[in-house]
Design a protein around this ligand. Structure first.
Ligand code: C5P
Length: 223
């Protein structure tokens, strides 16, 4: 088989956390190093894809060779994703904050003894669900992630349908697994035709396995 089966294909990858400002110096965020998303982008590049890499403020450096779009908030990530489409496949590895602070302003909230500020949160757009449910110009393959602590497969299977994703890559992020922030991952791939649990391995190897499967789907119709 060709060494660069994804040559000529455009794949969009989101990665990292988003930061939602409370004021100019404070923010709300999810825990995410960006390691798995970065590894996936690198694996797709290695198979010859053109990769647009939309990343929040991650700990790891973005992959060399990708078209890198740096964002901070979920709203910015959504705009960057929309601007990057069309794509043949889209992989949503980012840990997007579920809420942003309504009315976050340009001045720092002053600390006043005895006065606790009340934050009013509003829901963020679900970027994966928006792309998953596109009726025109939808990527051929839409892949989401599900980081769960309980009933991993049940929740991830429901998430696949709710978000309109073709695949959900589910993982168990209970602290005792050491997966969050660590070098290894153990994932279950949930597709229309069932579930497949891959052995625990490095995030690099998980990325390579996913990229190979993505290439299989995207090259299926080729002569
Ligand atoms: O609902 P939950 O956050 O667990 O879903 C995780 C999946 O959805 C991930 O693929 C994540 O990148 C994506 N997501 C998104 N936009 C959001 C929330 C999650 O794209 N606002």
């Amino acid at each position: 088989p060709a060494q660069t089966p994804l040559a000529g294909q455009h794949v969009l990858v989101t990665s990292g956390p988003t930061h939602e400002p409370i004021d100019p110096v404070r923010y709300i965020a999810n825990r995410s190093s960006g390691a798995q998303g970065t590894a996936i982008a690198a694996a797709l590049l290695a198979l010859g894809a053109r990769v647009t890499f939309v990343t929040g403020p991650a700990e790891v450096s973005p992959p060399a060779g990708a078209d890198i779009v740096r964002v901070e908030t979920a709203a910015q990530m959504r705009a960057a994703v929309q601007a990057a489409l069309p794509a043949d496949a889209a992989v949503f590895a980012a840990a997007v904050a579920d809420w942003h602070v309504d009315g976050a302003g340009a001045s720092k909230i002053k600390k006043v003894a005895g006065q606790i500020p009340q934050l009013h949160l509003r829901e963020n757009p679900d970027i994966l669900a928006e792309v998953g449910h596109m009726t025109q110009g939808r990527p051929t393959l839409v892949v989401g992630f599900a980081a769960e602590t309980d009933d991993v497969i049940t929740h991830a299977t429901a998430k696949r349908l709710r978000k309109g994703a073709d695949w959900i890559v589910a993982n168990d992020v209970r602290p005792e697994t050491g997966i969050m922030g660590g070098a290894e991952n153990e994932v279950t791939l949930i597709t229309e035709s069932g579930t497949e649990t891959l052995p625990r391995m490095s995030k690099t190897d998980v990325a390579a396995a996913l990229a190979r499967r993505i290439a299989t789907v995207l090259t299926k119709d080729d002569a």
